[in-house]
Write a protein that binds this ligand. Structure first.
Ligand code: AMP
Length: 224
């Protein structure tokens, strides 16, 4: 979990490699539905373009469908979900039943924190190559030539919701809706908080260590 631009996607990919478990990004699934012009994509479009959250029931159903796939049996990383208290409670309910996806492993929430101005640069500077999906940042990691991809020369594009005005709205949404989700996991001893303002590898190492530590702590408490 974390505000837009905090590095959730980057870290999810690192953990996916480290633990060999799939990354499930609700933002990516929604964008894919929009590209394919599905009914779900059509329903999500307006909220996404305005930097608002897509209604809980749509996202919850989408996550339930994804967790029915066989590749989640050894665990999985939810990237960008849950984002509201309603989603967090719904997920706890889904996972409390017998035969829940991922077996008996408890959900552990990882919260990444980075300062506001740093996030603003990370988000509004982000550019993507539409051909190879490589990501650049015009402030922090610019392409060799101003506006085109280093690899294939395609003109880089900006995600519509990375515009500055939408960024501020996404931050407001994040702060108002996600704070109670953090409290939910904190209260139940399932939250680890990591400083996201360090090298990518530094952040991943801290996440892996913190999650493993919390798992050990919880399983020894369960044995007592
Ligand atoms: P992301 O790529 O995670 O920043 O998500 C992009 C957009 O997709 C968000 O601004 C929301 O409009 C929507 N979205 C992604 N995940 C969720 C979620 N868990 N709940 C509601 N809306 C979501």
């Amino acid at each position: 979990m974390g505000a837009p631009g905090v590095g959730k996607g980057t870290q999810a990919k690192k953990i996916m490699e480290a633990w060999g478990i799939p990354q499930i990004s609700t933002g990516d699934i929604l964008r894919d539905n929009r590209t394919r012009g599905t009914e779900l994509g059509r329903q999500a479009k307006q909220s996404m373009d305005e930097g608002k959250l897509v209604p809980d029931d749509l996202v919850n159903r989408m996550v339930a469908d994804r967790l029915a796939a066989p590749d989640v049996v050894r665990g999985y990383i939810l990237d960008g979900y849950p984002r509201t208290l309603g989603q967090a409670r719904w997920l706890d309910e889904l996972l409390s039943g017998k035969g829940a996806p991922g077996g008996s492993l408890p959900v552990i929430a990882v919260s990444l924190a980075v300062g506001y101005n740093q996030l603003l640069h990370r988000i509004t500077g982000r550019r993507i190559c539409p051909a190879c999906q490589r990501t650049y940042n015009i402030y922090l990691q610019p392409p060799k030539s101003d506006t085109v991809c280093d690899v294939d020369g395609a003109p880089l594009v900006q995600r519509a919701d990375d515009a500055e005005q939408v960024f501020h709205e996404r931050m407001r949404t994040y702060e108002s809706l996600t704070a109670p989700v953090l409290a939910h996991y904190r209260q139940s001893g399932r939250l680890v908080e990591v400083n996201g303002d360090q090298s990518v590898d530094g952040v991943s190492a801290e996440i892996l260590k913190a999650v493993e530590g919390l798992r050990r702590q919880r399983s020894s408490a369960a044995e007592r």
